[in-house]
Design a protein around this ligand. Sequence first.
Ligand SMILES: [Mg+2]
Length: 315
Amino acid sequence: MNLVGTQKVLVADDDTVNRQVLAELLKPEYTVLLAKNGEQALERAARHLPDLILLDVMMPDMDGYQVLRSLRADEQTANIAVIFISGLGRPEDEAIGLKMGAADYIAKPFNETVVMARVAMQLQMVRQRRMLEHLAHVDGLTELANRRRFDEVYETEWQRSRRNGRPLSLALLDIDSFKQYNDHYGHPAGDRALRAVARAVSSGLRRPADLAARYGGEEVVLLMPDTEAAQAQQVVSAICAAIAALQIQHEASSVAPMLTVSAGGATLNGTAEESCSDLFCAADTLLYQAKKAGRNRVLWRAAAADLPPQSGAQP
Ligand SMILES: [Mg+2]
């Protein structure tokens, strides 16, 4: 996510001079994109997803109001901040623009300092909104995704897997004897251990679409779209090995002298009649079995072909 770095501003105006003036003004501080009509504005907005659009109201063919309506109708561009720039200086024109959801309205001829100040203010609000969205999706202690984020992504990925007939792998990973760890070493040490485990999990994931989320106290859920069972199991086993290799001393563990984890996983093969809660439950059951079998191990559900036919597996 782009929380830092240069912000992108798209200037859409049919007047060449206006475009140039605004571009020169903004270039020293922002990445500037230009569009000379409404159609180009929409195309560039969709392709580059700018942080802000300075949108001329009066343009031939498609005016600024129509452009804004189209932007709002497309999920991808619906939240892009728009400042109208218009020669229509009447209060009712300004009101129309703001009612349509423009963030601000600047009358022509514009004052350059005012334009820069208003652009800066909108872009600051964009940054703050992104930061809040980011915080709303992240677990504060481990900086993994939080459960809310996982629920959203899981639903989306499950649907995608069903639609495309592609595999979706899910694993639950739980620190062994973590209560004993906290009792023995104290909660601050427990938090440090959790963070170390989270880092190992994050760096063990292979693909951009893979997601690790803190699901409960010491439980992490891994979601690996488009990943076959064998491959996913390998990834999870490597993560578990990496956690053991951290050699975090755990004298109170019933398993080993260092911190270990257990994991259970399952893969949706994309064609089976299985709901997203079925898949989650399958991984959870395997995790439970891994714990029962002595902890410090990864168990994966057998491939669907090896299973007896299921019944009543509808969502
Ligand atoms: Mg114009």
